[in-house]
Design a protein around this ligand. Structure first.
Ligand code: FAD
Length: 404
């Protein structure tokens, strides 16, 4: 195990959208410098996880508007599109939502421009020790020391597998989860019955992307398809709802508000239109029901027993059932909580101060920060909101007389 001699000023665990944006914002706002900053992430490139899952589901456009991206300047993506001679069709309504290709090209451009590749430590953090004057983070290769740590771990290790699906998988059924690294649409047979399970954006996009003349694709959704253009009401991005949210001292009530505010399992207008078109032309079937059990007759022949007593056959099942709603970070975060008695709400998520400080030297972002940031914390805008808070805490520390 190697030890780095110098102590970093900032270390971010997780190089997804959140970790990448946070590192950029810390540099841009001159909170730190490149030699004093590092991002730990096991992927070959920053935002690798984002690129994989969005490609897996066959996403064409983001759900979020053009001002949500990983540059600090809000209109950067629009300006980038102009430079690239992109046509207006690279943005779709409402709110000029960018195409995934454009968003990814812009992100790669920012990562290159800021030189974030150079501070990417390609490894996984496996242990965190909070010492008196620094934090020690053990990765699979080395031990890094830092004055400040940000946990930006996403939810990537927590895909939701219904029990019937786990059982079918253990009996060698051809079943996979679209958000898993191992998912590969090329493994899916070109013909036969493909069942996609789920009722949200990922499920609908996956089902649409799998349509081929020789395949019969069925979307098995637990509810009728609900239309909503947003993951949560845009009022959650500003004071309209957040001022009240932050005045609530009960974290149980905050959790209830978050759950209620998220438009989970809803899809955008244009996807709904596309589903209707595909259903009308009979290239897609939508069944509103739930599977209770799956009999694996052969790996590529399964019978799903539905809640209403019906049975449907499938040669390949793709789960698009999202992530488990449990605390992200697995053992890494659990052991941090138990070793240092860090404050958590009843739901298990961190209780932080208003600057997302969970401990003297530890900050959180993304799902881990949602009891403070609110229902959009996991989204791209959540990364921008988290960075504002963390950076404000640094300015307050440096200029204490500005605190009112
Ligand atoms: C298909 C899909 C489409 C989405 N579309 C939108 C959209 O249009 N607009 C929007 O605002 N939001 C969208 N979201 C929601 C959200 O913006 C994304 O999930 C985003 O990727 C979250 O960023 P993140 O950095 O928190 O997590 P991730 O992108 O998952 O990144 C977390 C990173 O942390 C790493 N990590 C975890 N544990 C460790 C460890 N111990 N050591 C080192 N590294 C670790 C992981 O490997 C991963 O690379 C979408 C989500 C999905 C799944």
């Amino acid at each position: 195990m190697q030890f780095r001699k110098s102590i970093l000023e900032w270390l971010i665990i997780g190089g997804g959208i959140h970790g990448t944006y946070l590192s950029h914002a810390l540099l841009k706002k001159r909170i730190t410098t490149r030699p004093s900053l590092a991002i730990i992430d096991p992927n070959d490139e920053l935002m690798g996880q984002w690129k994989r899952v969005t490609a897996n589901v066959g996403m064409s456009h983001l759900r979020s508007p053009s001002v949500h991206h990983i540059d600090v300047e809000p209109f950067s993506l629009k300006h980038f599109a102009e430079c690239q001679n992109c046509k207006q069709s690279f943005f779709i309504p409402p709110n000029e939502r960018p195409s995934l290709d454009l968003f990814n090209e812009h992100s790669a451009h920012i990562v290159r421009r800021i030189g974030l590749h150079d501070i990417h430590v390609k490894s996984k953090a496996i242990n965190i020790a909070l010492e008196k004057d620094f934090v020690e983070v053990e990765t699979e290769k080395e031990i890094l020391k830092t004055q400040n740590l940000i946990l930006a771990l996403g939810q990537s290790e927590k895909r939701a597998w219904p029990t019937w699906a786990k059982n079918a998988k253990s009996e060698n059924g051809n079943i996979c989860h679209v958000l898993e690294d191992s998912y590969c649409y090329e493994k899916i047979p070109d013909s036969g019955e493909i069942v996609v399970v789920g009722g949200g954006m990922s499920a609908v996009q996956t089902a649409l992307s799998l349509i081929r003349p020789s395949r019969k694709v069925t979307l098995l959704s637990p509810h009728s398809l609900r239309q909503n253009n947003y993951d949560a009401d845009p009022g959650w991005m500003g004071p309209k709802y957040l001022s009240k949210f932050r005045r609530i001292s009960s974290y149980r009530t905050r959790r209830e508000m978050i759950t209620k505010a998220r438009n989970n399992g809803s899809i955008t207008y244009e996807l709904k239109q596309e589903v209707n078109r595909r259903v009308n032309e009979k290239t897609l079937k939508v069944l509103v029901n739930e599977s209770l059990k799956c009999n694996v007759l052969m790996p590529d022949l399964m019978l799903l027993n539905l809640d209403n007593g019906d049975q449907i056959g499938s040669n390949y099942i793709v789960l698009a059932t999202g992530y488990n709603q449990e605390l992200p970070g697995g053992k890494l975060v659990q052991s941090l909580i138990s070793k240092y008695d860090l404050a958590c709400a009843e739901c298990g998520f961190p209780i932080t101060d208003s600057h997302l400080k969970w401990h003297d030297k530890v900050y959180v972002s993304g799902a881990l920060a949602e009891l403070e940031v609110g229902p959009v914390s996991r989204n791209i805008i959540g990364a921008r909101m988290a960075a504002d808070k963390i950076i404000r805490s640094q300015k307050v520390q440096k200029i204490p007389h500005l605190i009112n």
